[in-house]
Ligand binder design. Structure first.
Ligand code: PGA
Ligand code: ZN
Length: 418
């Protein structure tokens, strides 16, 4: 038994300069700390983030109530429990807040405790503890999906789609994939500078460039120019996160200043997939449009359809989406659901349905590298943590380098996609 001696939470800042929750758990082994991220394109079905909206501090974004919920309510319940029993700790958290969207204490309060507990119960490496909880037999180093051009809600530019990613599926190892990603990023920077001037190399929330492009194909063309210049065309594939809920209103999607109906948007995706080496399309339609998600998934031969806002890491929504064959890859974000146990449960359901899983950061991050261990621990083979730029993004990629080194010959890098 690894007895939890005490718990202490505090307010810190995330990568956008907004407050977030950090939590320490003290056991006889020492102090383990975890902090939670925060999204900008937040799905309607996500667990609730507790912010002090009525308080003027930090423009209503403070998290003092969530912190107090840990220090005053959760701490009393969890102290004395066995940190190594993740399920018991998470059940205790869910008893304190039994609401579906964690509207009593806040998912940011629950998750900080749940993650810190999982880390505390990892005597060797966090991924081993995650692997034990998930039932993993062989660890896998994930393919990184580097978001190198930012648009939508993550950047102050005119690009409609939120994320343009490169996935070095042809690399032989994670470290080679990281090298390829970083090289393409720097070459892209030079190309953007030459074409648009200095303002185009400013970066968005996830570290990708935010150039003044308008047509949705243009980022693909520039990225492929960079990939080609480096001779990596056979190693690199493309992915997008459309975050289509943010483009949707009154039955239409606003793309390139035109209002497209869902079936027109579907045609557009098929054209894109026919013209570019795209292997991953995330949130192609609005979060309740299971019908068009299913239509795209049915016709998708060369790419995976990733569900983010559609499923919100929620076991019930994943079951519905799987039954309707509305996607074939789950985007796994722990703060969409609120505890480590529920996030792992979401992953198990997706896996059972035969889906791929991509572990994901949020656009507002901290330097906590938990998701690197999560991706290796559940052996899902895919992670997105933004561009190979900005400390909070790099923290996860650097952690994966260290895990690769520790695993040595056992560090399998996956290239499996469809
Ligand atoms: P978010 O973006 O963290 O702002 O939600 C990430 C995503 O949509 O995948
Ligand atoms: Zn998304």
């Amino acid at each position: 038994m690894l007895k939890i001696k005490s718990i202490h939470a505090r307010e810190i800042l995330d990568s956008r300069g907004n407050p977030t929750v950090e939590c320490d758990i003290i056991t006889s082994d020492g102090c383990s700390t975890a902090s939670v991220p925060s999204g900008a394109s937040v799905g309607f079905n996500e667990a609730w983030e507790n912010r002090d909206e009525r308080n003027k501090r930090y423009h209503g974004k403070g998290v003092q109530t969530a912190v107090a919920n840990i220090n005053k309510i959760i701490a009393r319940k969890i102290a004395g429990m066995d940190a190594a029993n993740q399920q018991a700790v998470d059940s205790a958290l869910l008893k304190l807040d039994p609401t579906a969207q964690k509207v009593k204490l806040g998912a940011n309060a629950l998750l900080a405790v749940s993650m810190a507990c999982c880390r505390a119960a990892s005597p060797h490496a966090l991924y081993e503890n995650v692997g034990k909880l998930f039932g993993t037999k062989k660890y896998i180093l994930p393919v990184p999906a580097f978001n190198i051009i930012n648009g939508g809600k993550h950047a102050g530019n005119t690009i409609d789609l939120q994320e343009y990613m490169i996935l070095p599926v042809g690399a032989k190892s994670f470290s080679e994939a990281l090298q390829i990603g970083a090289e393409v990023y720097q070459t892209l920077k030079t190309l953007l500078l030459g074409k648009f001037g200095k303002s185009a190399i400013n970066v968005g929330d996830e570290g990708g460039f935010a150039p003044p492009m308008t047509c949705i194909e243009e980022p693909f063309d520039m990225i492929l120019d960079a990939v080609n210049e480096l001779g990596y065309l056979n190693k690199v594939k493309l992915g997008i996160d459309c975050a289509a809920s943010t483009l949707y209103s009154n039955g239409h999607y606003k793309i390139e200043d035109k209002a497209l109906a869902a079936h027109q948007l579907l045609d557009r995706y098929e054209e894109l997939a026919a013209s570019y080496p795209i292997i991953s399309i995330e949130d192609p339609f609005a979060e309740e449009d299971f019908e068009h998600f299913s239509l795209l998934t049915k016709t998708a031969k060369k790419f995976q359809v990733v569900a983010d806002d559609l499923t919100a890491t929620n076991p019930e929504r994943i079951k519905s989406a799987a039954a309707e064959k509305a996607a074939n890859c789950l985007l796994l974000k722990m703060n969409q659901i609120g505890t480590v146990t529920e996030a792992l449960e979401a992953g198990k359901i997706a896996k059972k349905a035969g889906w791929n899983i991509m572990v994901s950061h949020r656009s507002g991050e901290t330097t906590d590298d938990f998701i690197a261990d999560l991706a290796v621990g559940i052996a899902c083979g895919q992670i997105k943590s933004g561009a190979p730029c900005r400390g909070e993004r790099i923290a996860k990629y650097n952690r994966l380098l260290r895990i690769e080194e520790t695993l040595g010959k056992k560090a399998h890098y996956t290239r499996r996609f469809l």
